[in-house]
Design a protein around this ligand. Structure first.
Ligand SMILES: Nc1ncnc2c1ncn2[C@@H]1O[C@H](COP(=O)(O)OP(=O)(O)OP(=O)(O)O)[C@@H](O)[C@H]1O
Length: 346
C-alpha cells in the first residue's frame, strides 16, 4: 500500500546553516489491509515519513509510492486527490472549536463539494461507528480527549480513504482512553479493511495493535519485522531501550543492586525464562521444579499479549552449582524455552 524506496530527506543547507538529514535512506513497505507502526524517539524522523506519504514534503532522493502512485511526482491536482484517499488523525485532534462534532466530520465532505443531503447520509453513520451518535451537536470544548479523537477518526474516514495515517493519536490520552481508541482503530481496520500506518514513541501502542513495526533512529530504519519478533528478539540497542519499559518484568532494586556477572561459591543464578508460541502453554515451572528440586525461587513474572499472541517472562533463581545448572539446562534444551542469564546473587 505504501513503499519507501531509498528515501532521503534533507532540510535547509542553502543558507548559512548546514543541511540537516532527517531521513538517511529509508526502505519500508506498509502492506495493504494491515496495521503497521513506526516507532522512534523524538526527532528520529517519524513525522517526516508521514509527511512524505501525504505529500506535505517531497523526498530529496528516492521514492514514496502510495497505492501505486509516486507521491513526489504529483502535481497540485494529484496531491488533492491523494489527500482524499489518505485520512489522518493527530495527537491534538485538530478539530475546529467553532464547529460541532457533526460539522467537524462534515468538513472534508463540504470541501469535496458533496451535497448537504449526502453529507447527512454519511456523517450520522460515521458518528455511530465511533460511538458518538448522541454527541453530534456537542462542540469540541464539551467533549473529553477520547471523544475528540473519535470525532477526529470519524472526520478522517469521511472521504472513505484507503489509508489512515495516525500521528501520535493517543499520546495526549490517559492509558484507559488510549486502549479504547486503539480498540476502535483495530475494529475499523478489520471492518473497513483500511490500511493503518501509525507513528508513535510508545511501545505499548505498537504492542497493542500493530502487526508489523519499523524502528527508526536518526533517520534510519534500524530494525523492522513482525511486532512479535521485534518485541521478543530485539536486535538493535534503540529497540531494546524503547522496549525496556514496555515488555517483560522489571526486577526489584534489591535484586539488581546485588547482581554480579561472575558467580562465587554458594551463589544463586538469576535466569529470565521467556515463554511464547508453543512454550507459552506448557507447565514449564512445574517441570523445572520437578527437575531441579524445590529450591527454585520465582522473583518476578508476567504474561502479556503482543500483537495478539501470549508472551510470558519469568525471573527465577536457583543454586549455581554444576549439578543444578546441568539439570536446568536439560529442561531448557528439551522444552525449547528461551533463557537469559541475568547474573548471580549471594
Ligand atoms: N521543515 C523542517 N526544517 C528543518 N528541520 C526539520 C524540518 N522538519 C523536521 N526537521 C528536523 O528533522 C528531524 C526529524 O523530525 P521529525 O519531526 O520527523 O521527528 P519525529 O521523529 O517525528 O519527532 P517528534 O516525535 O518529536 O515529532 C528533527 O531533527 C527535526 O528538527
Amino acid at each position: 500500500m505504501v513503499a519507501f524506496e531509498a528515501v532521503t530527506k534533507t532540510f535547509g543547507g542553502n543558507g548559512k546553516e548546514p543541511a540537516f538529514t532527517a531521513l538517511a535512506g529509508v526502505d519500508f513497505v506498509v502492506p495493504r489491509g494491515g496495521i503497521s507502526g513506526i516507532i522512534g524517539r523524538s526527532g528520529a524522523g517519524k513525522s517526516t515519513m508521514i509527511r512524505l506519504v501525504n505529500g506535505l514534503e517531497r523526498p530529496t532522493s528516492g521514492k514514496v509510492v502510495v497505492d501505486g502512485v509516486d507521491v513526489g511526482a504529483l502535481d497540485e491536482g494529484g496531491l488533492r486527490s491523494l489527500r482524499r484517499s489518505v485520512g489522518m488523525i493527530f495527537q491534538h485532534f485538530n478539530l475546529l472549536s467553532s464547529r460541532t462534532a457533526y460539522d467537524n466530520v462534515a468538513l472534508p465532505l463540504e470541501i469535496s463539494g458533496i451535497s448537504k443531503d449526502d453529507i447527512k447520509r454519511k456523517v450520522g453513520p460515521l458518528l455511530d461507528l465511533v460511538g458518538l451518535g448522541d454527541k453530534a451537536k456537542r462542540y469540541p470544548a464539551e467533549l473529553s480527549g477520547g471523544q475528540k479523537q473519535r470525532v477526529g477518526i470519524a472526520r478522517a474516514l469521511a472521504t472513505e480513504p484507503k489509508l489512515l495515517l495516525s500521528d501520535e493519536a493517543t499520546s495526549a490520552l490517559d492509558p484507559e482512553t488510549t486502549q479504547s481508541i486503539l480498540e476502535l482503530l483495530k475494529r475499523i481496520n478489520a471492518e473497513l479493511g483500511l490500511t493503518v500506518l501509525l507513528i508513535t514513541h510508545e511501545m505499548e501502542v505498537v504492542k497493542t495493535i500493530a502487526s508489523q513495526v519499523a524502528v527508526i533512529d536518526k533517520g534510519l530504519i534500524v530494525e523492522q519485522g513482525s511486532t512479535f519478533d521485534i518485541f521478543t528478539h530485539p536486535q538493535h540497542e534503540t529497540t531494546r531501550s524503547l522496549l525496556s519499559s514496555a515488555v517483560g518484568v522489571k526486577l526489584p532494586h534489591w535484586v539488581t543492586s546485588g547482581l554480579k556477572s561472575e558467580p562465587a561459591a554458594g551463589d544463586r543464578i538469576l535466569v529470565r525464562l521467556v515463554f511464547f508460541g508453543d512454550t507459552a502453554f506448557q507447565p514449564l515451572t512445574a517441570r523445572l521444579v520437578a527437575e531441579i528440586g524445590p529450591d527454585v525461587n520465582i522473583l518476578a513474572g508476567t504474561i502479556e499479549e503482543i500483537a495478539g499472541a501470549p508472551f510470558g517472562s519469568l525471573v527465577v533463581s536457583y543454586p549455581a552449582t554444576p549439578d543444578v545448572l546441568a539439570r536446568a539446562k536439560r529442561v531448557y534444551d528439551e522444552t525449547g524455552l528461551t533463557t537469559e542469564v541475568l547474573g548471580y546473587v549471594a
